[in-house]
Design a protein around this ligand. Structure first.
Ligand SMILES: C[S@@+](CC[C@H](N)C(=O)[O-])C[C@H]1O[C@@H](n2cnc3c(N)ncnc32)[C@H](O)[C@@H]1O
Length: 243
């Protein structure tokens, strides 16, 4: 079952706070740059929150919404902090399918962050990646976009952080004398896929400007190899008034 597989991944990375530190610092820098003073933030794929410093988030924002399919990981993430009195919401939803959120459950946010969840939306499908069609990737991006769209306030912004590939193991990084560096590009999550699939979405042009690539970084996970991460920003199209 999909949820069991995802929960298994989260259990395996539960105690990896240190391994995430350089990646977390890159991600937090982007959040600081885009934070609205005492505003609100919603995080898609928050999970264990190893890539987010929740203590800092509660200082930066007045409302923090954490969305994930795996409740246990959200509970684990938040039980590490003395957060009574903070205005935070844990929301269990599957963002691989179109959103069905009760409007009263969550209000739109000044900042929405997609935290390395897109590659998992692809990987969790029990299929051989070579068999995945363009339509499959388009559906993932469109559903993901629909979530971002309903969760981002009219003047808000969204950040999409995505792991897009990796060097398969550390031996290959250090011992590349024979040029056997083994790079895997994850299917359907790179800038070409983001641009193609988001710009094709019927509502994309009227609601957001085209995705802007902000930066990228390499994340050395020592035992697991080197991950490539890219960061994009979606900015709301300013309201047009007709007189
Ligand atoms: C690679 S992890 C991201 C790292 C995570 N933010 C952390 O710091 O541990 C991807 C997260 O997306 C969540 N996720 C995967 N598929 C999902 C889905 N279909 N709907 C909602 N969340 C999903 C996973 O449970 C996991 O917490």
């Amino acid at each position: 079952m999909k949820i069991e597989r995802i929960a298994g991944w989260n259990t395996a990375t539960r105690s990896c706070w240190e391994r995430y530190s350089a990646h977390r610092e890159n991600l937090m820098r982007l959040i600081r740059q885009h934070a609205v003073t005492r505003g609100s933030i919603t995080i898609l794929g928050a999970g264990n929150c190893n890539d987010i410093d929740l203590a800092e988030l509660f200082n930066l924002f007045s409302v923090v919404n954490l969305i994930d399919i795996d409740l246990k990981s959200l509970e684990y993430a938040t039980c590490r902090y003395p957060i009574s009195g903070n205005n935070f919401n844990l929301i269990v939803s599957d963002i691989s399918i179109p959103p069905k959120i009760e409007p009263c459950l969550i209000r739109s946010s000044d900042l929405v962050l997609s935290a390395c969840v897109v590659s998992q939306l692809v990987a969790q499908e029990d299929r051989n990646h070579r068999d995945l069609s363009n339509e499959f990737f388009r559906n993932i991006w469109w559903n993901h976009f629909d979530w971002i769209e309903i969760l981002t306030s009219p003047n808000g912004r969204a950040l999409i952080i995505s792991d897009v590939g990796m060097v398969l193991n550390r031996c290959d990084i250090e011992d590349n004398i024979d040029r056997r560096i083994n790079i895997a590009r994850f299917a359907g999550v790179d800038s070409i896929a983001i641009n193609r699939n988001l710009l094709d979405h019927p509502k994309s042009r009227s609601t957001f400007y085209p995705p802007l690539k902000l930066t990228d970084w390499n994340w050395n996970q020592s035992d697991r190899g080197l991950l490539f991460v890219e960061a994009y920003r979606l900015e709301r199209v300013l309201c047009r008034y007709h007189v």
